[in-house]
Design a protein around this ligand. Sequence first.
Ligand code: ADP
Ligand code: 5GP
Length: 187
Amino acid sequence: MGKAILFSAPSGCGKTTIIGELMQYFDCFDFSISATSRKPRGEERDGVDYHFLSHDEFMRRVEAGDFLEWEEVYQGTCYGTLKSEVKRIWDSGRVIVFDVDVNGGRNIKRYFGDDALSIFVMPPSIEVLEQRLRSRGTDSEEAIVKRLARSAEELKQAPLFDRTIVNDDLQRAVAETRKVIEDFLHV
Ligand code: ADP
Ligand code: 5GP
């Protein structure tokens, strides 16, 4: 088994932003491209940010046993980690980076055990989280309300992760995350 780094947090906490910075720094990283039944947002591209599937196709692949884990993260919207992604990255000898919801994070950590480092990205406050979701400018008001409604419960689960990083100042948070990962990977 190779190593994995997984990031979980409520939507809008900065996982995508932090992962983007880290991918430029760690040559050994490869991002596990999840499947989702939601539509692309902003500049997102199929096969790069996500594998965008219809709801029916997503469910067909659930039935086929293609997922290591999957969740209906928001009502009617599913996300899942494809077994084929994990195989693809490990076959290349790289470290897998996951961006998954809190339940998915716990399941993946259980599966990989000590081979995975689980990181919870915490917003400085709920108010800042709401501001960031709004300023991202990619979600409808309905989607923002759904995301915020779920965030309070998710934030309570932070202690179940190996490390918590508060994403206050981005460069500070990235530097702290880099250090935590270097310790884990012994690099
Ligand atoms: P997630 O992937 O967790 O849903 P994003 O990475 O999309 O979150 O971040 C949500 C929004 O907050 C984006 O517009 C991003 O540019 C912004 N953002 C992320 N981290 C910070 C930070 N430390 N300070 C200010 N804005 C941030
Ligand atoms: P978004 O729609 O903002 O890209 O993602 C919404 C939530 O779904 C985030 O918390 C994100 O981490 C989570 N997510 C993305 N991919 C997966 C996955 O493969 N499995 C699980 N369980 N959650 C995922």
